[in-house]
Design a protein around this ligand. Sequence first.
Ligand code: NAI
Length: 348
Amino acid sequence: MRLSFFSAKPYDKKSFGLAHAARDPPSPVTITYHDIPLNEDTVSTVRDADAVCAFVNDSLSAHVIETLARQGVKAILLRCAGFNHVDLAAAARHGIMVANVPSYSPEAVAEFAVALIQTLNRNTHRAYNRVREGNFALHGLLGKTLHGKTVGLVGVGKIGLATARIMKGFGCRVLASDPFPSPAFEEYGEYKDLDTLLSESDIVSLHCPLMDNTRHIINGDTIAKMKKGVLLINTSRGGLVDTRAVIKALKTKHIGGVALDVYEAEGSLFYDDHSGEIIHDDVLMRLMTFPNVIVTGHQAFFTEEALEEIAQCTLRNLEEFIKEGTCKNSLTKEPELRSKVPDPVRNV
Ligand code: NAI
């Protein structure tokens, strides 16, 4: 089984190399790493591969999948949880299995969301720069005590629940909105409808997937329902937030601060070094001029433990596919596919 591995970074090669070498019995998979992303422009380079491994900003549109099928690819291994960038219906039509890594470390992402809340609230990002310049003044760094504040979580699946647990530990009141309530959350807080959550929360953190009905769930109308001075955190998917609406609300000071680990047009920028170039994304550049905005490059998942589990689980998925023709984490087997495809998810 030959696996073509796209968007390969040095840390991917290291974690997959270690996991591959440690397989017992030895893995029947041969991995070829490519630094380039997988998309409409690069898919024609896929030769002699039985499977491809892709990450969050690779594009797996119907056209890419059709080309992969023509080249004899039988499985797509996502080394991530989100699958909004994959046309699952097209994969099913072409008999290609798509599998993801559904849960590698929800705590890693939750801890990063909390780190963003803490940084934004206490202005640690500004303090760090100031002190390096010999400026020890506190003016402009005033924060708020989190204890007793209300935190609203949009989506309390694995990551939202881990975030709820931490924020409850801080002494916050935790609210959640989720169309599929679960008793697991009730230990930490209360479910509310989205409008109530937005109107009562001092901090709103997004943890729901990107789908047609969640695209721009944070927009001009929903921002208007938020408390003045609210902090908005997004570690889920960029497409959940209408960035232009956020910029307007930052200018009027309706939003008190924004921390984004994901951005709706991140595909052409994130995961690469553009420091010597002119960046043409004026929306992102404007956003980054605000002192109360933090942008990070989709790194909430990035811990040693998460990388190790991603590599192990991806190889397990492929080895199971070789033996069984499918795997436990397949997104294209019935009936899971039926429940995922009617509400088609689109590319970020
Ligand atoms: P999950 O599937 O366990 O939880 C998602 C929750 O969102 C579910 O409870 C679901 O019912 C809920 N939901 C669906 N539609 C909703 C809506 N309209 N409003 C409110 N809630 C809604 O997923 P998990 O593992 O917690 O991941 C959440 C998201 O985090 C993923 O979709 C992925 O996009 C993102 N993620 C980001 C990472 C990063 O490095 N920044 C790393 C891993 C995941």
